[in-house]
Design a protein around this ligand. Structure first.
Ligand SMILES: C[S@@+](CC[C@H](N)C(=O)[O-])C[C@H]1O[C@@H](n2cnc3c(N)ncnc32)[C@H](O)[C@@H]1O
Length: 279
């Protein structure tokens, strides 16, 4: 039986993100820049970053709010919490701290936040209605949310095609658009309902289409294909396949990536919703 998604992030999925974080962060760098522009963080603000992964967006946010502001990151993976705290201290960012907790239930008694920020970290709750109520309770009245979530699969060929290829070889769970997972909020009406019931108002989205650097910046198609095999939620199942099946998946992923190689990166298009709301 598949473990519930949050548990998998606390375990194998978090470890996988940790091992590949430079590739993930390279891949998502344009999304992160656009999200921070969307969020319009100001010096002195308190920011709550949910599901910060390796911490790239959170660390950028901490830089932009200056020493008067505070950045608190919440992530369910102990490995990622340790990594982000190390990165913050290496960079001398004393206004950033990262805590291990489920954002759906975490309590942070010593600070109230001006901004709820997340790049792809809020789609993994078993009960999103309860989780967003909890996150809302951590915000100051009138605070804003700036959240990046994946738009429908049609605009994210890299994800849908990889899933299709891998699905030929391993049994993938049926695509349930509202189940915890990357596409959980690709139905904006559903996400709006969750936010409204949590107490948010003025909910709107900006559609963003931009570049995803598959396998990270500087990855060639072979490296992008390696990344496709190692980084997905099905990676453990792929690892257990016979060698000829693994070779076939790699060959198909290579064929997918090759036309998108521009000589330095494998660049595929991604569709993202940047969602804003007022607490
Ligand atoms: C797709 S990754 C995004 C990481 C990072 N925001 C980025 O864009 O590089 C999702 C992150 O959400 C975290 N996560 C998943 N469920 C969570 C939960 N219930 N509470 C807190 N963090 C969670 C995972 O551990 C992971 O770091």
């Amino acid at each position: 039986m598949t473990e519930p998604m949050p548990n998998r992030w606390a375990g194998t999925m978090g470890k996988r993100w940790h091992s590949n974080y430079t590739q993930f962060e390279g891949m998502l760098s344009d999304v992160g820049d656009a999200l921070l522009e969307f969020a319009q963080l100001a010096p002195g603000e308190n920011i709550l970053d949910i599901g910060f992964g390796g911490g790239a967006t959170a660390l950028d946010a901490a830089r932009s709010i200056g020493p008067e502001g505070q950045l608190v990151g919440v992530d369910i993976s102990a490995d990622l919490v340790q990594l982000a705290n190390e990165r913050a201290s290496q960079e001398g960012l004393s206004n950033a701290r990262f805590i291990e907790a489920d954002a759906g239930t975490v309590e942070i008694p010593d600070v109230k936040f001006d901004v709820l920020l997340s790049r792809f970290g809020v789609m993994f709750f078993e009960d999103s209605y309860a989780a967003f109520k909890n996150m809302h309770s951590l915000l100051k009245p009138g605070a804003r949310a700036a959240l990046a979530v994946w738009a429908p699969a049609e605009g994210n060929l890299w994800m849908s095609s990889m899933r299709e290829i891998v699905g030929k070889y391993v049994e993938m769970p049926p695509a349930d658009p509202r189940a915890p997972g990357p596409m959980a909020f690709s139905d904006f009406a559903y996400f709006t309902d969750i936010l409204e019931k949590a107490g948010f108002s003025d909910i709107s989205k900006k559609d963003w289409t931009g570049s995803l650097y598959v396998g990270g910046k500087g990855a060639d198609p072979a490296r992008a294909a390696d990344f496709g095999m190692e980084s997905q939620s099905a990676a453990d199942m792929i690892a257990e396949l016979p060698e000829d099946a693994k070779a076939s998946i790699h060959a198909e992923l290579l064929e997918l990536a090759t036309p998108y190689y521009n000589g330095s990166d494998v660049v595929m298009s991604g569709d993202v919703f940047f969602v804003s709301a007022t607490a």
